[in-house]
Design a protein. Sequence first.
Lengths: 795, 157
Amino acid sequence: MDAIVKSRADDSLIGKRIPKMDAPEKASGKTRYIQDINIPGQLYAKILRSTEAHAKILSIDTSAAKALRGVHAVITAADVPWQRPIGVAKDHLPLKRDRVRSPRDEIAAVAADSEDIAEAALKLIKVKYERLPTVKNVEDALKAGAPILHDEDLAWTRPDGKTEVLHKRSGDNVAMTFDYAQGDVAQGEADSDVVIEDVFWLHYVTHCCLGVSGVIAEFDAGDNLLLYSNTQVPFLHKREFAEQLGIDPGRIRIIQPPIGGGFGSKLDIYPFEPIAIFLAKATKRPVKLIFTREEEFVASPTRQPVLLKLKSGCRKDGTLTFRTVETLHDNGAYTSWGATTPFVMMQTFSSLYRVANCDYRTRAIYTNNPYAGSFRGYGNLQATFAVEAHMDKLAEAIGMDSLEFRLKNAQHQGETTPQGMQFKSCGFQECLRTAAARSDYQAKQRSNREKWHDKNPIKRGAGIASMLHVGGGAKIYPSDGCGTILKIDDFAHVTLITGASEIGQGSETVLSQLVCEELGLPLSVVTVVNNDTDITPWDVGVHASRTTFIAGNSAIGAARKAKTKIFAAAAEKFERAADSLDLHGGFVIDKNTGDKIIELGKLIRSLHFSDKADLVMTSFYYEPPSAHQDRNFKGDVSAAYAWATQVAEIEIDTQTGIVRLLKVTGAHDVGRVLNRLGIEGQIEGGIVMGQGYALTENLIVEDNVVRNPNFRDYKLVTAPEIPDMDISFIETMDGEGPQGAKGVGEAPAICVAAAVANAIYNATGVRIYALPFTPENVYRALHGQSKAPIWKPLT
Amino acid sequence: MSATVDITFKLNGVERRVAVAAQMSALDMLRDQIGLTGTKYACGEGECGACTIRVDGLTVNSCLMFAVDCDGRDVVTIEGLVTSPIGEALRKSFTKNGAVQCGFCTPGLMVQASHLLEQHPHADRSEIQRGIEGNLCRCTGYKKIVDAIVDAEINAA
């Protein structure tokens, strides 16, 4: 009997290296992304964007464009008087009415027989502007007398003809404010032996999904909308588009073709989507709109640039006493998710390390710059950069080893933080110890420091940083749940219908593993349906590293219900107790002996083709046991939290400022490894994305204009530059996680820049407070030619 | 509309005759005119490698090549590559080694890798890294792509 039990465990799919189910198709060039889909009769759309950063639109003359052969529609705001403001704050019209606030702003759009004709038509549209003074950065935005970007109410005309103001005018440029407090920072400061204060500048970067943005919109004869979309939040989008069109959301179907990269860029509704819908409505034809790469750089969202002031203190024994944080987020001209990243940032300040007293304040500020969206890590790269710089500086100030200082303050399992987060599983201490031991961090730190004043201009550094991030969903929306429908057909083939979206991260494979693990079936019998809102049950979307945890628990729930049904049928048929049965290798078996009782397909057929016919179809909806934050931003927003420590080792040429990332040693508390191949891929990809943020990527915005909207001047990391990566998984077996797993998608990108900054200090004795660490910036810092970021807002 | 030019070339082993616009890129011809969508547009200026094809054995960014310049040449795209032994080996090794996430860069990388393996059948990891430096990937961090090419190299040997 032992042998049988053992062989069943050996068949487990959990923790194995499982290739992605969609990989063979993708590696044959057969996968059809939105760019590859063409609908018979479709028209091609292009958008005319503003040439001004801030201006009144005096007139738009589309007559010549309309007259061009092959043009089917040219629309401006005047053609869609019913258009509704979009976005997080509803401060943004898809087609701008009488004012532009950013050089990306949409003024007109064309649908034509070809992209070339649409492009030619754009050139024939004449726009007259009256320039307005611009706001170039957050400091300018807060000065007395600064131009106010949203000084007019933004209203729309509802389907019932009434006018409704969705965004109220403001007397200043503050788009959103977040204030959070725990304890008493004044007392904390008074209790401190050491207090430090610094200002940090975190720069613009953008997602650079290889697949550019795109959408295809089509109305059927009954005016129902079919949208082919790359969105990460199809069910939220249905509602938004329904509001936009004044129709019942049930009349909108969204199909998500395989997505060429997401990383958070597809979490909001963007103007190009309603614009394609307007054109489809105007022409009664399918309309396809695909960005160019330049457009992707200019008009897709950015990571939010942040000016951050941090004051921290500790006692001589290494106890953290307080933190005071103030940030200014450059929101750009309109409010998207970038403004709400403080939800995540304040958690890092309040709860990554134990600190009794913490004040946090963010103001997201309107400027005429590109607007900031959500991007893998969601503010946590910026917050961690500042926190971990101060962990190093405080340790040094009290003469304590930087690892010991962190271990003293790092969270343990079972703690509830002042912000209300409950760490039911927490491998943070082990992450710290593992990453430090495997990289020989402490010895390298000591020996690198001894070489600060050596003559050799090439120096080495080791730096450490850690992170805390949601790992069990994030209760931001009314529900954080996901539904699953499971169908087991009469050949014991499983169709897994899930609300969860696949954006390359491998969710379809992990969800199939979890279902097969419950049902004792091989992966080869599963088909996943995950891309059609008319079929799939509701899900809030792919964000917040939530899919494995939330959709995984949902899939397991549906599989368990199917199992119960199968056991009940087998128990009745074979006169056995249902709890004596198990499923293995496609058979119903005796749980104790392992003996086969009946082939699963045969049992299901006997249910299906009988006088009391029954199908094995089940559904399950999983809502995680987490809570919304209260008005003071306190609450246990995630059912589990993920932890990680990374040690970065660098080589720096002090004569050129070139920093090479040699090695990243990561220890990640992932709860449990479900698919080893997939999770390694997530972590490696995240580390290299973090490397780009630290060293190479920089979206240059000057005078409100993106100056480097291409891959030549916006430098992504390439294959020869990647570091060695040594990844350890800390398996804390989270009690609520699917098979013990927690979310991991965002975690690996979060620590890299912070660890590299600490490594540069360890190599040179120079601390740099502004990203990115490009050769020029580093050279200037090393040679005393750069200014530290300054906090000079006037209000 | 602009003038078209008749060209004849070998595409994935089959002789093709196509009338193409004079200013059309090889990428647009393949995707829009012939309907082979495995070759991807991701930048349009030769910086990302997603549109890599083989032309007379060499690898070319098809977004930078005029369609008319395909005249008389031997062109292989991802669709043709995967029917060859080396393409089959790459498809399997990319799958097995987790080299595919969103997959948008994958066809271009496989075409580039096929050339690399032919030219340098014993390339080491750092040579492979340099050999694919013209191909951008935003998901994987490249390590598993290098693993896959090493694996295909062993299997092809």
